[in-house]
Design a protein around this ligand. Structure first.
Ligand SMILES: [Zn+2]
Length: 405
C-alpha cells in the first residue's frame, strides 16, 4: 500500500496550510473531482435505496446537544461553544440531532415508516493537533450520514439493507474490509444507562450479522454512547485499523427528542433510529482509495480519464477536435501537446490516466484512435466515435475493468 499523504501531495489531490490550521486540509481540483464523483455515487445509491436527502446547518444551540446527550457524553471531542448574544452555539459533532429535529417537524403515520433520511454534510471534531495528518485525522469531516426512523419490527431489515449498501459500495470502489466488529459498551460512565435497551439492540445487530453470514468480533468499549454498532474496519498503509462504515441501533435519541409516529391503532408510538454511514467520512474514504489504488483510481473516479498525445504538431488540430468530442461525451480529458516534451516523456506523465491515445499521422488520416490502457494493454485502432463511446460506457458502468471486448 501507498502513503496517501505523500501521494496526495505528489498527485496534487489535497494540501494544507498552517495559516488555515492543522487537520483542516483543502481539496485541489483533481482531488475535488474524486470527492465529487464519490459523493454523487453515494447519493445515487441512496436514492435507489429509498433515502430522501436533506441539508442541515453545521451549527446548533448548546441545548440541542444537551438533549441529544452529546453534551454530557461526548463533549471532550467537541469544539468549545461560541457565545452569540444570549445564546451559545456549537459546531456540530454529529448530524443525528438535526435529523431527529427534522423528523419531529411534522407528524408521521406508521405507513411512512421506514423513513430513510440522508445527508452528506460537515461535522467537526476537536482532535488534538498531535494526531492530525493528511485526510485520515481531520477536524472538519464531511460525513456520509443517514438515519432510518422505523418500528422495532423493521430494525433488523433496515440494518441488513444498510450493510448490503456498504458491501456493494466496497465492491464498486475496490475497498476491502479488514474485519467486521460488533462494538459493545464498556466500563465507565461514557454510555447512557438503560441495560434492557442495550441488550435488545445488541441482540438485533447480532441477528443481522449472523443472518448475513458475516464473520465478526465482538469488542467492549467501542459502542456509541447511545447504542451498539456494527463497524466495518479498514487498514491503512501502516497497518493501522480504522472504522470506515457503521450501522447503529439507537433507542435513546428518539426518547430524548420525544419522537413518535401514529400507529395503526391511532395511538402514538416511539420509533427506533438506525444510524448508518456507507463510506463514513469522505476524507477517510478518499485517503483509503488513494492508498488502495496508488493513485490509479477506477476510471469513473479518475481526475483525468483520457490523455490525448499527438505525435507531432501536424496532429494537433485533430487532437483538439478529439478533446472537444471527449468533453461533449462527458469525459475528463487532457491534451498533452508536443511542446510539453517527447512522446515517451508525455506517456510517462500520463501513466495513471486509464485511457491514453497516441495520435500519429495514420490515425489522424483515417479517423482512428489507437488506445493504450493504463495496465499496459494496447488495443487495435478503432474509429474515433466508437472508441469514445466505449470509454464513456465503461465510465458509466463504474466497474473496475478498464475494457471489455
Ligand atoms: Zn447518527
Amino acid at each position: 500500500m501507498f502513503d496517501h499523504k505523500k501521494l496526495g501531495r505528489e498527485l496534487g489531490l489535497f494540501g494544507s496550510d498552517p495559516l488555515v490550521g492543522a487537520g483542516l486540509p483543502y481539496w485541489l481540483p483533481d482531488g475535488a473531482v474524486v470527492r465529487h464523483e464519490l459523493e454523487e455515487y453515494i447519493r445515487g445509491e441512496e436514492r435507489r435505496a429509498g433515502y430522501q436527502h436533506v441539508y442541515s446547518p453545521v451549527l446548533g444551540k448548546r441545548e440541542l446537544y444537551e438533549i441529544s446527550g452529546h453534551w454530557s457524553h461526548y463533549s471532550e471531542d467537541m469544539f468549545p461553544p461560541m457565545q452569540l448574544g444570549e445564546e451559545e452555539v456549537v459546531l456540530r459533532p454529529s448530524l443525528c440531532p438535526h435529523h431527529a429535529v427534522i423528523y419531529r417537524s411534522r407528524s408521521h403515520s406508521y405507513r411512512e415508516l421506514p423513513l430513510r433520511m440522508a445527508e452528506l454534510g460537515p461535522m467537526y471534531r476537536s482532535e488534538l493537533s498531535g494526531v492530525l495528518g493528511g485526510l485520515t485525522r481531520v477536524r472538519a469531516i464531511q460525513l456520509n450520514d443517514g438515519h432510518i426512523f422505523c418500528t422495532l419490527e423493521q430494525v433488523a431489515d433496515e440494518a441488513r439493507g444498510a450493510l448490503r449498501l456498504i458491501r456493494r459500495a466496497y465492491q464498486a470502489l475496490g475497498i476491502e474490509a479488514a474485519r467486521y466488529r460488533l462494538s459493545l459498551p464498556g466500563a465507565g460512565g461514557k454510555y447512557v444507562a438503560a441495560p434492557e435497551l442495550w441488550e435488545r439492540s445488541v441482540a438485533l445487530l447480532t441477528e443481522v450479522l449472523e443472518s448475513e453470514g458475516i464473520e465478526y468480533q465482538a469488542e467492549e468499549g467501542e459502542a456509541a454512547f447511545y447504542g451498539p454498532k456494527i463497524d466495518v474496519q479498514i487498514r491503512d498503509s501502516l497497518g493501522r485499523e480504522a472504522t470506515l462504515s457503521t450501522v447503529q441501533v439507537d433507542f435513546h435519541q428518539p426518547e430524548r427528542f420525544d419522537l413518535h409516529y401514529i400507529g395503526a391503532d391511532g395511538a402514538k408510538h416511539r420509533p427506533v433510529m438506525v444510524h448508518r454511514a456507507i463510506i463514513g467520512s469522505v476524507e477517510r474514504a478518499v485517503a483509503h482509495l488513494i492508498e488502495q489504488h496508488g493513485g490509479a483510481f477506477p476510471a469513473w473516479l479518475a481526475p483525468v480519464q483520457v490523455a490525448l498525445l499527438p505525435v507531432s504538431e501536424d496532429e494537433l488540430p485533430q487532437a483538439e477536435a478529439l478533446r472537444a468530442r471527449c468533453l461533449e461525451a462527458g469525459l475528463r480529458v487532457e491534451l498533452a501537446a508536443p511542446e510539453q516534451g517527447s512522446l515517451g516523456a508525455r506517456i510517462r506523465e500520463a501513466r495513471l490516466v486509464p485511457y491514453q491515445a497516441v495520435i500519429g499521422a495514420r490515425e489522424a488520416a483515417d479517423g482512428l484512435l489507437a488506445l493504450r490502457l493504463r495496465d499496459g494493454r494496447r488495443l487495435d485502432p478503432l474509429p474515433q466515435g466508437e472508441a469514445l463511446d466505449r470509454i464513456a460506457a465503461r465510465v458509466a458502468a463504474r466497474g473496475a475493468a478498464l475494457w471489455v471486448d
